[in-house]
Design a protein around this ligand. Structure first.
Ligand code: FDP
Length: 324
């Protein structure tokens, strides 16, 4: 609301959309916190002991976000990592069709869901661009990260935190479960210029290019004054790994490899929204050569290699990779 006041032309719609996402986050957080107690763990489609169909937590999160935004008239299309195609938002009256596009990863870090390790929700908001009225289209979703009007994540960790940017810095809110509200706990988060940590799944070492092996070796062992040796931390939940590095300084890498030449992570649901947050906090994010935010997507579920975090560390990786 403070930032909205800096824009006299603002209608409040974006703030309200962020509130809608906060509501979804609270519902998902409640479910994540009770995950071991309720029948939300396990395979989607499995029958639980009561003979009811179990709902997997990531499907629950997908539905919760979607239902929190689709009746508000604020969004024209949503796209989720859980769905193959974008979901156009139908409205009875064309004049009430929303002006925003919402892309989201409902529950990132799925391999950690069933083992009680931090997971997160990632969101990316664009203005509609390809269509003017009625439901939005695939083209509305395929915009460069640089065009985002807001992005952020909700981390279900030792506490539940919302971290977001609208292009005026990065702000963190912690959910106070006693009053059910997100309270501003981390205003104006800044990413340290040089990181303490490097985060990468080193089990893929043999599949990386020689250039990437040199980058990771330099972060591990140091490189004659150009970069100091770092400590390793890898949770395997992107949101949690990025959040730690954002707060403490560090670089996260998910490179392309011989088995996944485009990398693993999704440009629109993971890399671009997190890149916007990290850049706004003073860090950087590249695919090896280009800024993530400058990549024009051609597919909804497009993948990208990702190197993201403290600015000097990302620049170091980029310069080493440029040497081949
Ligand atoms: P997951 O496969 O558990 O859903 O995007 C997916 C993601 O997790 C990221 O959250 C995480 O950083 C990465 O993949 C982990 O991949 P590896 O298991 O290959 O390390």
């Amino acid at each position: 609301m403070e930032q909205e006041r800096l824009h006299p032309e603002a209608t409040g719609e974006l703030s309200n959309l962020l509130y809608d996402l906060c509501l979804a986050a609270k519902i998902i957080s409640r479910q994540v916190r009770r995950a071991g107690l309720t029948d939300v763990l396990g395979e989607f489609g499995a029958i639980n002991v009561q003979g009811e169909l179990q709902q997997k937590l990531d499907v629950f999160a997908h539905d919760t976000v979607r239902h929190s935004v689709e009746h508000t008239g604020r969004v024209c299309v949503v796209a989720s990592e859980e769905e193959e195609h974008p979901i156009p938002v139908q409205v009875r009256d064309d004049r009430r069709s929303g002006k925003y596009v919402l892309l989201y990863d409902p529950l990132d870090g799925s391999s950690n869901i069933d083992v009680n390790v931090s997971i997160g929700t990632i969101f990316s908001i664009h203005r509609r661009s390809a269509t003017k009225r009625g439901p939005g289209s695939l083209e509305d979703c395929l915009q460069k990260g640089r065009a985002q009007v807001a992005s952020g994540y909700i981390l279900y960790g030792s506490s539940t935190m919302l971290v977001y940017t609208t292009g005026q810095g990065v702000h963190g809110f912690t959910l106070d479960p006693t009053i059910g509200e997100f309270l501003l706990s981390h205003p104006d988060i800044r990413s340290p210029d040089v990181g303490t940590y490097y985060s990468v799944n080193e089990s893929h070492w043999n599949k990386w290019s020689p250039g990437m092996q040199r980058v990771v070796a330099a972060f591990k062992n140091g490189d004659s004054g150009r970069v100091a040796a770092k400590n390793a931390r890898y949770i395997g939940s992107l949101v949690a790994d990025i959040h730690r590095n954002l707060m403490s300084g560090g670089v996260f890498l998910y490179p392309a490899d011989s088995a996944a030449p485009q990398g693993k992570l999704r440009l629109l649901y993971e890399a671009a929204p997190l890149a916007y947050v990290v850049e706004q906090a003073g860090g950087a994010a590249i695919d090896g050569t280009r800024a993530i935010l400058d990549i024009k997507p051609t597919e909804l579920h497009q993948r990208t290699p990702l190197i993201i975090g403290s600015k000097s560390d990302v620049a170091f990786a980029q310069s080493m990779l440029a040497q081949g």
